[in-house]
Design a protein around this ligand. Structure first.
Ligand code: AGP
Length: 604
């Protein structure tokens, strides 16, 4: 989604913000722009890839710049709706992430005062308002403007009269400040500036920041100067290469054994529960997440409920926020509820809003997240940091597996501390989890057969994915991956539900991918496959090695390595990812940046 970067210092600003902006491309965007200050402000913005804008960018010696990638919310993607937005005199340039909910009212008022707007973007009210309140001090003008704005935002502003100054603020969307030597940076995503500095300030909501090349000032909403902390973050290994793979997504799928391995240290040593502040009796767990992270949460429910006596509910973040209070708050249960928020990016607006609601309700909150220092890690009581490394492909792959691994680790440790499993069982589970990387490698080594299978899907208008029990969420994830990157309609269903409606849609042109592992639902699943085959539906089954029955009832059977059914979601996820990847590849879609989607979804 939208990205912001800014630089003020002693070097040419344009190449720095351009390079930083390119680091945000993976988040998804539809247009981009840069404002620099020459004699006057110069704004260059274009619809389409950053390269479009770069091709018309005038040469600049400015040491001050702000830049933006836009993901349209109000107004179509176009040059005029792209950021930075300016006022009619072109003395102010503003970049904005988020949404201004009351922009229509503000616009109407300003128009009645004679102001002429150029775009359909909600963000254009910002330069107009700041101009109205400006009398020489940009911090004051922004602060006065904030009094009328409702919404969520990160805003950065420069003014022709202030050749060395950027003023910025955030409310519920990300903003980080990078501290340099006679130069300072700002960005909406830490990855954008980590190449230049590891000294980071994380401003709080509604604090106004004034950056110059030599100073950083932070003000509260009464414009009193406040202290801030500078944190040293880990040096970052830049991911800019596909390492011989055609797409980042494929590279990231193949990185999964390593991602699980790297995350293990964090998850399985010593007593992770103490680190998370979980040294009390947990009455219930609510897992809250979106998209693929939600699917990891569903798998986690099965695991935690199997290993502990703790009931687990799983909600979409966007629904949790408006649902009835978590059970156990307000005296419903004697012990305390725990809310587990899962977000690979740590910046998903819906999940951040849910985290706030959970805390307001008095729940203990922990986050499972892949980005150190991200917003969610700063808003919860405890953090499980997965170590997948940066994920560039919009489709979540390796972060999904490490999220599941984190939930298994949580389940095992909760099971042990609550007495549901004993020490030998704890060790047995840990040892099984340690074997997962090699199981995944076996599936990856078989990728050619999945590639060959993909050809069968490219002409399909619709595909069903079915599973039962712990693999029902994998059916959901298989469908999400396929629709996200191949644009083929797909649905994930509990296998037993097809006969209650969707069976009407099955035909020779509607393949079904069925997950049939040998748990207590196996025989029912086989019957479900037979029901589908009877409708002439091509059935592709994922089964455990040596399962002759599954082979017999299916049109094609992909064998996953021998594995405890409880751990089968890991190799099955790899199959699903590769299948989607190869189908999308055959169809020639933009796999790493699917249309209309963004890596970090920072609006609700
Ligand atoms: C997954 O492939 C999707 N791109 C999307 O559903 C994603 O999982 C969702 O937006 C949640 O993101 P988060 O994990 O960063 O919060």
């Amino acid at each position: 989604m939208c990205g912001i970067v800014g630089y003020t210092g002693n070097k040419q600003a344009q190449p720095i913000v351009l390079e930083s902006l390119k680091k945000l491309e993976y988040r998804g965007y539809d247009s981009s722009g840069i404002a620099t200050r020459e004699e006057k402000l110069v704004i260059c913005k274009k619809e389409g890839p950053i390269a479009n804008m770069e091709s018309v960018l005038p040469k600049s010696d400015s040491t001050l710049a702000i830049a933006h990638t836009r993901w349209a919310t109000h107004g179509v993607p176009s040059d005029v709706n792209a950021h930075p937005h300016s006022n009619s005199e072109n003395t102010i340039a503003v970049v904005h992430n988020g949404t201004i909910d009351n922009y229509l009212d503000i616009k109407e008022n300003l128009e009645s005062e004679g102001y002429k707007f150029k775009s359909n973007s909600d963000s254009e009210v910002l330069p107009a308002l700041i101009t109205k309140h400006y009398s020489g001090n940009l911090v004051e003008a922004l602060n006065k403007s904030l009094e009328v704005i409702q919404g969520i935002f990160t805003i950065a502003v420069i003014h022709e009269d202030h050749p060395d100054e950027i003023v910025a603020v955030r409310n519920e969307t990300p903003l980080v400040i990078g501290v340099g030597n006679s130069e300072n940076y700002l960005a909406s995503d830490i990855y954008a500036i980590l190449k230049y500095t590891q000294q980071i300030i994380y401003p709080l909501d509604n604090q106004i920041i004034r950056l110059t090349s030599k100073s950083i000032e932070v003000f509260d909403d009464s414009l009193n100067k406040v202290d801030y902390e500078i944190e040293e973050v880990e040096k970052y290994t830049e991911v800019s290469e596909k390492g011989g793979f055609e797409h980042f997504m494929l590279k990231e799928i193949f990185e999964q054994p390593k991602a699980l391995q790297d995350s293990l240290t964090e998850l399985l040593i010593d007593s992770p529960l103490e680190k998370l502040g979980l040294n009390w009796k947990i009455g219930s767990i609510s897992v809250v997440a979106c998209g693929t992270s939600f699917h990891a949460g569903l798998v986690g429910k099965y695991v935690i409920e199997q290993l502990t006596a703790i009931p687990v509910s799983v909600s979409y973040s966007s629904e949790f926020r408006y649902a009835a209070p978590v059970q156990g708050v307000g005296g419903l249960l004697s012990s305390r509820p725990l809310v587990v928020l899962i977000s690979q990016s740590g910046e998903t607006a819906d999940t951040l809003a849910a985290a706030r609601v959970a805390r307001q309700q008095g729940c203990h909150t922990i986050a499972i997240c892949n980005v150190p220092g991200s917003r969610i890690t700063r808003e919860v009581d405890g953090v499980i940091l997965t170590k997948s490394g940066q994920e560039i492909g919009v489709a979540a792959t390796k972060t999904f597996l490490t999220q599941m691994q984190a939930l298994y680790a949580l389940g095992i440790h909760l099971g042990f501390t609550s007495g549901s499993i004993d020490y030998p069982q704890l060790k047995m589970w840990e040892s099984e989890i340690r074997k997962l990387p090699s199981k995944l490698t076996q599936v990856l080594n078989n990728s050619e057969s999945i590639k060959a299978l993909a050809a069968q899907f490219v002409k399909s208008k619709s595909v069903f994915f079915v599973g039962r029990n712990i693999n029902y969420p994998l059916a959901l994830e298989g469908a999400l991956k396929l629709k996200e990157i191949s644009y083929i309609h797909a649905e994930g269903y509990p296998a037993g539900e097809l006969k209650h409606g969707p069976l009407a849609l099955l035909s020779e042109d509607t393949p079904v991918v069925a997950i049939a592992v040998q748990d207590h639902t196996y025989s029912k699943l086989i019957s479900n496959i037979e029901e589908m085959s009877a409708r002439k539906t091509p059935v592709i089954t994922i089964a455990q090695k040596g399962d002759e029955l599954a082979k017999k009832v299916s049109d094609f059977c992909f064998e996953i390595p021998e594995i405890d059914p409880v751990l089968s979601p890991f190799p099955i996820a790899v199959f699903m990812q590769l299948l989607s990847y190869y189908v999308a590849h055959e169809l020639g879609t933009e796999i790493d940046k699917p249309r209309n989607l963004a890596k970090s979804v920072t609006v609700e």
